[in-house]
Design a protein around this ligand. Structure first.
Ligand code: EPU
Length: 441
């Protein structure tokens, strides 16, 4: 990380972006693996741990609970959770982060209580935590909802339960895993999320001595055990970041190779990417080259839980679609409000429209609820910036702004950079191997 974190980027765009970049370890697994480490009384070692804002925030939360953390070398994070002492989870400095609620189950097991602040995630929808709290109650926790957060307590060990998640929520699935692994008896959790980061978390917990089976039809069977053991585990590559570089290469007619990413985690990205006109070449076991194979053309696309097209892929994809000929449609079915960033693209010249109807093949949870969750993008449009300044609203939109600025002829200033660096690390340093003209201030 740089000594002084950047607060703004200045991007001089309008040229193809080519080169090579080392992908980060996945933020949305690394932070959960760190929480999992608290379940074992010993030293867990994470390899390929990304040095990003969200990991730093999670380090602070774990340290406040009494864990000892160290980075003995680049990408290696050690977490010693032998002596936990505090059940009070502080409010993260960033003010928004999804990790505190995941600490509820873990601290309940280890300390018998957990006090978790109410914090939001990125600014993309209401993001309630009702499934997490319902699950904890079913496992036997008493939960009091106070002004400053959730106060949970257990009287004796937590007991196994049968819970059907109302929606395959990633975070609530993780909460159920944390609650179930050390509960007494066998839990059945239905309708769970199966994202690659969840599969990695199940693998990690099983490597720590848990007995979790993922059955067909989104069902988890968790046989509670008495204790878990610390282990060493490698963080998988970040499929969201990799997809963003892919979209940037195709959008600018450049050529970008991403190292450190397993192609299997991009399985349902490749299809739509190819359909638009992107090209993919697998260069090695964890190395993928992305480029534009032919002139880009429009697509109709729906985001969904895994194995669907990830909601976190839609922003970089939308930027690419501004360069595709025809009318593209994106129906966002995971979050009710994830298109605010299109306004900034419009300021650069993109032709976009947001609709509250379900403009996809399925009627989603947001049907008839007046949420702006479908987008229409007309292309191709030449993006231009005459010294425009864009304020980053959330992490994924932030990288989409970087992409749009790279596409746009002229100079664009991007502010609110810490929101981007929470998930992507020091971008100026990391993109040195690319022809992206990005300077920090
Ligand atoms: N939901 C509820 N109640 C709950 C939990 C979720 O209604 O108790 C709803 C949410 O409001 C949302 C949907 O379920 O509409 C899906 O939310 P989910 O719980 O799956 O999301 P999350 O666990 O909070 C993680 C990632 C997100 C990613 C989503 C979906 C982390 C830290 N965040 O969030 O990533 O978009 O899963 O894949 O893992 C990002 O990295 O920028 C990001 C937003």
């Amino acid at each position: 990380m740089p000594a002084t974190p950047a607060s703004r980027y200045r991007i001089d765009g309008g040229q193809p972006v080519s080169g090579r970049i080392r992908g980060l370890g996945a933020k949305n697994f690394a932070t959960k693996a760190m929480v999992a480490a608290l379940l074992a009384e010993g030293k867990t070692t994470l390899l390929n741990a990304p040095r990003i804002g969200d990991v730093d925030i999670t380090c602070e939360l774990l340290a406040a609970a009494g864990a000892k953390l160290a980075w003995p070398s680049e990408g290696v994070l050690e977490i010693d959770a032998s002596a936990l002492a505090s059940a009070d989870v502080p409010v993260p400095d960033s003010g928004s982060n999804r990790i505190p609620i995941l600490l509820l189950g873990v601290l309940l097991h280890r300390l018998g209580a957990a006090h978790v602040p109410v914090v939001s995630g990125c600014n993309i929808g209401a993001r309630p935590v009702d499934f997490h709290l319902d699950a904890a109650r079913l496992f036997g926790a008493d939960i009091e909802i106070a002004k400053d957060g959730y106060r949970a307590r257990r009287h004796g060990p937590l007991n196994a339960c049968h819970y059907r998640l109302p929606y395959p929520s990633v975070g609530a699935t993780e909460s159920c895993l944390f609650l179930g692994v050390l509960a007494r008896g066998t839990s059945i959790i239905e309708n769970v999320a199966t994202e690659p980061e969840i599969i990695a978390l199940i693998t990690l917990l099983n490597a720590m001595g848990a007995r979790i089976q993922l059955r067909p039809n989104r069902e988890l069977v968790i046989e509670g055990v008495d204790r878990l053991y610390a282990t060493t585990f490698e963080v998988l590559g970040d499929r969201i970041e990799a997809a963003s570089w892919a979209a940037l290469a195709a959008a600018t007619d450049g050529d970008i190779t991403v190292d450190g990413i397993d192609p299997a985690t991009l399985i349902n990205f490749f299809g739509p990417f190819n359909a638009v006109g992107g090209g993919v070449s697998i260069e090695g076991p964890r190395s993928i080259r992305f480029f534009r194979r032919r002139p880009l053309k429009s697509i109709v696309l729906e985001t969904d839980v895994f194995p669907g097209f990830a909601t976190d892929w839609q922003q970089p994809f939308a930027v690419m679609l501004t360069q595709a000929s025809g009318t593209s449609i994106i129906h966002e079915t995971v979050y009710e409000r994830r298109f605010d960033y299109l306004e900034a693209l419009a300021a650069l010249g993109a032709r976009t429209q947001i609709e509250t109807h379900c403009l996809g093949s399925v009627a989603c949870r947001f049907r008839g609820r007046d949420f702006p969750h479908s987008a229409i993008i007309q292309g191709p449009t030449k993006l231009r910036s005459e010294g425009l300044s864009l304020e980053v609203p959330d992490l994924r939109a932030g990288l989409a702004y970087v992409m749009a600025a790279a596409l746009a002829e002229g100079e664009t200033t991007i502010t609110g950079v810490p929101r981007v660096e929470r998930g992507y690390g020091a971008l100026a340093e990391r993109t040195r191997g690319l022809t992206l003209r990005l300077a920090t201030a």
